[in-house]
Design a protein. Structure first.
Length: 179
């Protein structure tokens, strides 16, 4: 009985060291060597100043910037998540109708509905094109110049077949500031 207890304690210690120390260190080391920017959170900087991560949506509300998808968590990373409201929810319908009234009848669906995480950094190319005229007017730029920037910012589906084409809002707004 004592022998079995000692074996199980040793096995627990060895497995804890392997799975909680050595494996995470090995994975972190390989990630830092192979993909350092991604391993460190895909951070976006303006010189030395951190402005965000290309993996997380940020709240842009002024007309001078492209807006991300609405967020049920108000873009907070700690409380991220969907609203869990079903398609029969009056609260959800009211929120979508409010956005629909504010944006207009031809607003793309991803500007009317929240993403599953509330932190989706991408919008559809249609949603970016939809906002181009507003952004151009707010910045006194030709709409063609802003539309060309949107077209240049479209990321194709991953590996040519996974997902859909998309536009990273933070990166598009950074490019817009650099015009």
């Amino acid at each position: 009985m004592l022998k079995a207890l000692l074996i199980s304690i040793r096995a627990t210690i060895v497995l804890t060291i392997l799975t909680c120390v050595l494996y995470p260190l090995a994975v972190t080391g390989i990630a830092q060597l192979a993909l350092p920017a991604q391993a460190n959170g895909s951070l976006v900087k303006n010189g030395e100043q951190l402005v965000g991560s290309s993996l997380l949506a940020q709240k842009f509300t002024t007309p001078r910037y492209f807006w991300p998808r609405p967020s049920a968590a108000d873009y907070a990373t700690v409380a991220s998540g969907a609203s869990n409201q079903g398609f029969t929810s009056k609260k959800l319908a009211d929120a979508v109708n409010e956005r629909h009234a504010a944006l207009g009848a031809d607003a793309p669906a991803d500007l009317l509905t929240t993403s599953g995480s509330g932190l989706d950094p991408h919008i559809s190319p249609a949603a970016a094109r939809f906002q181009a005229a507003r952004v151009a007017a707010a910045r006194n730029l030709p709409v063609e110049k802003v539309t060309a920037l949107v077209e240049k910012s479209i990321e194709p589906s991953q590996f040519g077949f996974l997902g859909q084409a998309r536009v990273n809002v933070l990166l598009l707004n950074r490019a817009l500031d650099q015009l």
